[in-house]
Structures are given as C-alpha cells and as structure tokens.
Design a binder for this molecule. Sequence first.
Ligand SMILES: N[C@@H](CCC(=O)N[C@@H](CS)C(=O)NCC(=O)O)C(=O)O
Length: 217
Amino acid sequence: MPTLIIGNQNYSSWSLRPWILLKHAGIAFDTRRIGLFTDTFKAEITQYSEAGKVPVYQDGGLTLWESLAICEYVAELRPELWPDEPQARAIARAVCSEMHAGFNALRNELPMNCRARNRRISITDQCRADIDRVESIWRQCREQYGSEGPWLFDRYSVADAFFAPVVLRFQAYELTLTEETHAYCQTVLADPHLQQWISAGRAESEVLAEDEAGEDP
Ligand SMILES: N[C@@H](CCC(=O)N[C@@H](CS)C(=O)NCC(=O)O)C(=O)O
C-alpha cells in the first residue's frame, strides 16, 4: 500500500493537495502524520526525504517529495485527472504551476486553518492582488473550460486539488469575494473528501501560533 506522509491536517495546505487528489483517484493509501513545528519534525521527515518537508509519497521503491510532482505522478496513474483536450490541459498545468510557485502574500497572511471561520483580518495590497488573481484564474477556467461541470475544467482535476487549500483560506477569513468565487467554493466545500480532511483537522489538538491569524467574529 502506498503511504503519504503529511503534516497537521488543520494547517498543512501542501499536504492536502496530493491527499485529496489520491482520494479522487480512488487509490488506496496509508497516511502517516508528522506534527509540524515540533522538536522532532526534522528528524522524522528526513528519514523519508532530505528535502525535509511534507508531503512525501512512497509507492513501492519510489519516494517522491514536492506536492506538484506527487500530483503529476498520481495523474500518470489516472490520466483523467488532467483535462483531455491539449490546450485545456496546458492551462490546467499553468494554473497549478502558478499556485505552486507564487501567491506568497496570500499564503503568509491567510494561513490555511480548517477550524477558523470568517475571522476578521486586515490584509496588504499584495494579498488583495493575490486574491484578485485567484478569482480571475477561477473565472477564466470555469468560463472557458468548466461550463459543463462544477469543477475548474468540468470534471475533477489536479487544478481543483491545487486550489482546495485556497478555498479553506477563503472560508477562514472575512474577505470580499465575487459570487462566482462563492459558487466555486461551495462546490469544493461540498466535496465529501474535503469534509473528511476538515473533520480530521478540526479534531487535532495542536494549536500552532505561527499559523493562527485574524480574530473570531
Ligand atoms: N514546495 C513544497 C512545499 C512543502 C512545504 O513547505 N511543506 C511545509 C508544510 S505545509 C513544511 O513541511 N514545513 C516544515 C518546514 O519547512 O520545516 C511542496 O510543494 O511540497
């Protein structure tokens, strides 16, 4: 059985991406959780990967780090996790790469936190620009490639897995968002796999001060 090594489910956005993609792929896997920001985290994770970060995926002799590479590997096993049409597939890859490489202000200022709801927060212009860019990506994908299904590219794809943590961020903080954004967020939040992840995160007892932001309403 393959194993996915993840961080705290309440906070670890990078871990959520391959976890939810594996669920949508219907691939059975074990999960091993290593608590983030603990004294033993580095010693534990470097037993699996010298990169020293979660997620890490082990499948037979393969040990794979980097969430995007893990998702690409899962999609090698289940090609339907990328869109069929080459141009749509290219755009899906572009939006995943953009998410993987950027959005630093959004990431730093709005940490993923499954327990948080509508927290009041003041954000920088850069964070607002990141939110606007996410909304624009979602609008473009839904209008051009997703009009016949609920997801960014009609059926579930790596792109939806990549943006799932952003939906949790949008749920956690009080932000001004468009109706289209709310509609896509509702689709993502109705996903039973995401609800399973949220429940596990909420059940965790650790509170990581580094990832707590905003004030409860
Ligand atoms: N680029 C990596 C980022 C992974 C990452 O930053 N993981 C965080 C947890 S969400 C981590 O392991 N942090 C612990 C550390 O850096 O010590 C990926 O896509 O997998």
